[in-house]
Design a protein around this ligand. Structure first.
Ligand SMILES: O=C(O)CCC(=O)C(=O)O
Length: 970
């Protein structure tokens, strides 16, 4: 950044990233019709945003010296010059904000000076304050001192800049916008901003710069339609010789491409070229298409020309761009050591460690924690992986080495079992030696985008710490040289083949051991402009043959499934017993587990710790606890662009898979000793040995491969209700029900009714404010013959495949791929949209006998207990294996009649009701214990409207819930 030549130097407004900060804030705040709080908010955000600008101190101090010449902006204790008072910095920010808004900057500064005790006029240059200036009269290039209106003029930032005579600069700036763009986030954000970019015309308009960071050309400047302005905004051909990001239309679809990022190409694709023995030839810079990403893109404006960008066929853009203060991280291609935008500290400043701006010259794409969809043009996957899946649930339910639905690191008891590589969230992530050496950042701390109360919240990246749970567990694996399983998904760009070409979303790579672990600084979109990230180098374990993706392809016969990895006999003792989390001492992290050549290590003079020479350019102390962390041997900041020392990337080949380690493939289901097939183990998915696919168990009567439809079946014995009598019932303070204090629910006196054998009883609970009632009808174990039979019939018919219990996909969830319900269900009568709709429904004329009996039973009980005669036209039967449950929901089906009644069979279950409307904590209002033969009636539409319920069985259980659904509403 330039230093200001005068205190009203509007050149500053053209300086990236200063300009980006203005635009970011302007966009975020939606200013233009601002109220005072808006302005305060904007200024706060501006001041905050400006904090991360490299060299901001130098610029601000220079400006402060010019605006308040007699004030001492003295040296801070750290050795750097600093403003003494945040108000001074704030006045610098506000002054330039006012320049950009045409909002009385000079009046503001005069006022500020008066407040600080300056009696005399503004120091030279002394701009005149001009009132009501007609913008058209201002010639281009006129002196900056000429133009300011006394009021907010409503001019755009760009117009105000032009008023200041910087149209030339601005045009150049717009040109440079063509080289950079930003990514999109998905979800609501996508919807929110979609209007802006989802039509071809709009996309062409935004193809140059859809980013909060960069000014967007005025609406009328669309080069695709307005040839008069072509010179202002270059076409793709005009800028094709410059590395750039570009949005546009490809194959009729909007796309966003990165072209010509030289460093990107080198660091990420040469390994692929190298290790595929020329099979994959990426001789040109890869084109990358990025969608749904909160990427920060650091552009390179000075990289050597790269021609012939490879277009990406199926790109799409959706969502909104996410703030990245682009100028913070501009880049220089590999080998270029200086950059015009690097701000040097004044010579008088002693070196006190690196500054955020020192890492600014990195060509990189930083992806955050949110879902990204990033594809590189890759050859199709020639062979099916030995273990693969289409949904996250299939992996988590079938593959014990990875059971994490959210995090990319799966660990238990401080031991990492599986690590999922997805997209690339970090610079210097590599896929070397054909994937036998993979470097990735540890989990956590990435920048992320959330939606809260309809607002998009961009959470800045945070430093990782050795004590962060997943980092700590990874470090423990590293210290113990304990193997873990690496998986990839189809967004992991460093994998050389396109998983999507075979509809593979997740694939298991194999066992790896962490060969190295270290911490480093990486540029980030946060106030510091950088974060500490832990990096892990995973090395392929010897003893499992060649990685499947490097195997010789065996023609196109069969399903072309890769040979399974060869492992040693099963012995899980290797995984050890349970271990408590261990405190990890930071300074111990840099010891190599495996010996490496001596010259790879250097000892830090300060901390005396040995650190390997990881980077080609220089040795850096990587001991986070050392005051010289991220400082070179010479005590200087590392060069901004670093890549790996080739010696460091050598394979040690010394990680051998222990002979005791299990076959990585999930075991096929096997009968249990007691013939019980409803335990938790039987809820797990399975691995098809025919095609490698992991499938959830979505059918009750058998396992079926979701890909090749192979099946496997294990017949178990039927349960009797007495199986569950001896089960340990969870400790509760209540026997039948519990009403929460303050719930307003009133229990009516118990009523009894006559049965063939003795009496049944009904408890009615009146919900407050006329929100309906709940009746708990209990008939006692001595009256259970009828329900025992229904229970048996259900099991028999389900096992025989006459009653099709299935797990159906949930309609809304946040997982990749379909997410199936936790329980099995079948619907009879009218379709029930909530679970499976018509696909899950058979008419009563074809309904399994058990369902018909269950409906009869429920109707009879309601008549006996409540004196109500009615015929239900829908029954949803649900079967729960051990550990399965139904999450909170309400039966808010359109056309639903007011009475919903459920029969319980098998083990006892808890049903909890809680209010729906309370936004935050929603305590349970009432709970019931439902026993074999009980009928629970939710009476009144308001019960569904105001309450939701969850069912948690204690073991295997079947429930039949009867409703009336009026077909006219279906
Ligand atoms: O399992 C049960 O008893 C209740 C099922 C349920 O809540 C429903 O079908 O909506």
């Amino acid at each position: 950044m330039r230093q200001p030549t005068s205190w009203d130097d509007p050149n500053l407004l053209q300086d990236e990233p200063f300009r980006s900060v203005f635009h970011t804030c302007k966009e975020i705040m939606g200013l233009g019709h601002e109220t005072k709080p808006d302005v305060i908010r904007a200024l706060d955000a501006l001041a905050k945003g400006f904090q991360i600008v490299p060299g901001k101190e130098v610029v601000a101090l220079a400006w402060l010296g010019l605006a308040y010449p007699y004030k001492d902006f003295s040296t801070h204790a750290s050795g750097n010059k600093r403003w003494q008072n945040e108000n001074d910095f704030r006045s610098f920010v506000e002054f330039y904000w006012r320049i950009s808004q045409g909002n009385e900057p000079y009046t503001y500064l005069s006022h500020q000076r008066k407040k600080r005790g300056y009696k005399e006029d503004l120091p030279a240059p002394l701009p005149k304050e001009v009132s009501k200036v007609n913008a058209k009269k201002i010639p281009n290039g006129s002196p900056t001192s000429a133009v300011f209106t006394s009021k907010h003029t409503g001019q755009t930032f760009e117009q105000n800049i032009s008023l200041l005579g910087f149209q030339g600069h601005f045009q150049m700036a717009l040109k440079s916008c063509g080289e950079i763009s930003s990514m999109e986030v998905q979800g609501e954000a996508k919807k929110k901003k979609k209007k802006k970019i989802n039509t071809p015309a709009k996309i062409s308009q935004y193809r140059r710069c859809i980013d909060y960071n960069l000014p967007q050309p005025p609406d009328h400047l669309d080069p695709m339609v307005d040839t008069a302005h072509r010179s202002i905004i270059p076409t793709a051909t005009e800028i094709s010789s410059t590395p750039r990001l570009d949005t546009g239309l490809q194959g009729g679809k909007p796309s966003l491409n990165i072209y010509g990022l030289d460093h990107f190409q080198k660091s990420r694709t040469t390994a692929i070229q190298h290790d595929l023995g020329g099979k994959l030839s990426l001789t040109r810079s890869p084109s990358i298409n990025i969608v749904n990403s909160n990427a920060m893109v650091y552009e390179d404006r000075s990289s050597p020309a790269i021609n012939n960008p490879i277009p990406v066929p199926n790109g799409k853009i959706s969502g909104i761009p996410v703030t990245g203060l682009a100028g913070t991280n501009t880049c220089t291609p590999q080998g270029v050591s200086s950059h015009p935008n690097i701000c040097q500290l004044p010579e008088t400043s002693p070196f006190t460690g690196p500054n955020p701006g020192d890492y600014s010259d990195i060509v990189d794409i930083e992806l955050g924690a949110i879902d990204v969809n990033l594809t590189v043009s890759k050859p199709p996957l020639p062979i099916l992986p030995p273990i693969w899946a289409q949904s996250r649930q299939e992996v988590c339910e079938s593959f014990d080495w990875f059971r994490s639905y959210q995090s990319g690191v799966y660990f238990c008891n401080n031991i990492v079992k599986g690590y999922l590589l997805s997209a690339f969230s970090s610079c210097r992530d590599v896929f070397e030696h054909g994937g036998k050496l993979i470097i990735s950042h540890g989990g956590g701390g990435a920048e992320s985008v959330h939606q809260r109360h309809g607002q998009i919240i961009n959470e800045a990246a945070a430093d990782q710490d050795a004590q962060d749970k997943s980092v700590r567990a990874l470090l423990q694996n590293y210290k113990d040289a304990r193997p873990l399983v690496l998986l990839i998904d189809d967004k992991y760009v460093l994998f050389p083949y396109d998983l999507g070409s075979r509809n593979v979303t997740y694939a298991v790579l194999g066992f790896y051991t962490i060969a190295h672990a270290w911490a480093e600084y990486q540029p980030a979109n946060n106030l510091e402009g950088r974060v500490v990230r832990y990096k892990f180098a995973f090395e392929w374990c010897q003893g499992q043959g060649e990685p499947w993706w490097l195997q010789k392809m065996e023609g196109e016969s069969g399903n072309n499934l890769a040979r399974p990895l060869q492992y040693h006999p099963r012995d899980l003792s290797f995984l050890g017993g349970k271990k408590l989390p261990v405190k990890v001492a930071e300074q111990k992290l840099f010891k190599f587990v495996q010996p490496k050549p001596e010259d790879l290590y250097l000892t830090c003079e300060k901390c005396r710790e040995q650190t390997p020479r990881i980077y080609r350019q220089q040795w850096i102390c990587l001991n986070r606890m050392c005051t010289r962390f991220w400082v070179t041997l010479n005590g200087t900041a590392p060069t901004p662009l670093l890549d790996y020392n080739t010696n460091f990337l050598h394979l040690s080949c010394s990680f051998v898979l222990p002979t005791s380690l299990a076959d990585i493939r999930p075991l096929s289901p096997t009968p249990s000793a007691n013939d019980i097939t409803t335990t938790h183990a039987f809820t797990r998915g399975w691995h098809c040995r025919n095609c490698g696919r992991l499938s959830c168990r979505y059918k009750w009567e058998e396992w079926e491969c979701s890909n090749c439809k192979r099946t496997t079946r294990i017949v178990g014995r039927l349960h009797t209700p007495s199986d569950f009598w001896s089960l340990n019932f969870p400790a509760t303070t209540y026997r039948d029900h519990l009403i929460a204090r303050n719930s307003g629910i009133v229990q009516e006196p118990m009523k009894t009714f006559s049965l063939a054998k003795g009496m049944g009883q009904t408890q009615t609970f009146v919900l407050p404010d006329g929100k309906g009632q709940i009746h708990h009808i209990q008939s006692g174990t001595w009256n259970s013959e009828e329900v025992d039979e229904i229970f048996r019939d259900y099991q028999e018919q389900a096992a025989a495949g006459k009653l099709l219990f299935r797990r159906w996909p949930l309609r809304s969830h946040k997982c990749r791929g379909p997410l199936l319900t936790n329980y099995f269900s079948q619907n009879s009568g009218e379709p029930y949209q909530y679970v499976g709709g018509t696909a899950n429904t058979v008419p009563f004329s074809k309904a399994p006998g058990a369902v018909v009996q269950a409906r009869e039973f429920i109707q009879t009980r309601i008549h006996q207990a409540l004196g109500i005669d009615l015929t239900f036209n829908e029954v949803l039967s649900a079967a729960y294996m051990e550990g399965q449950k139904m999450a909170f929901h309400s039966d808010a089906e359109p056309g639903l009649g007011p009475l919903v009644a459920g029969l319980s069979l098998g083990s006892s279950a808890f049903i909890h009701f809680r209010p729906r409307s309370t936004p935050k904590a929603r305590p349970v209002a009432i709970s019931f214990v439902l026993r074999h033969g009980d009928v629970l009636v939710m009476d009144g539409a308001e019960v569904q409207q105001y309450y939701e319920h969850t069912v948690v069985p204690t073991n295997f259980r079947i429930a039949a819930t009867a409703r009336n659904i009026y077909p006219s509403h279906v």
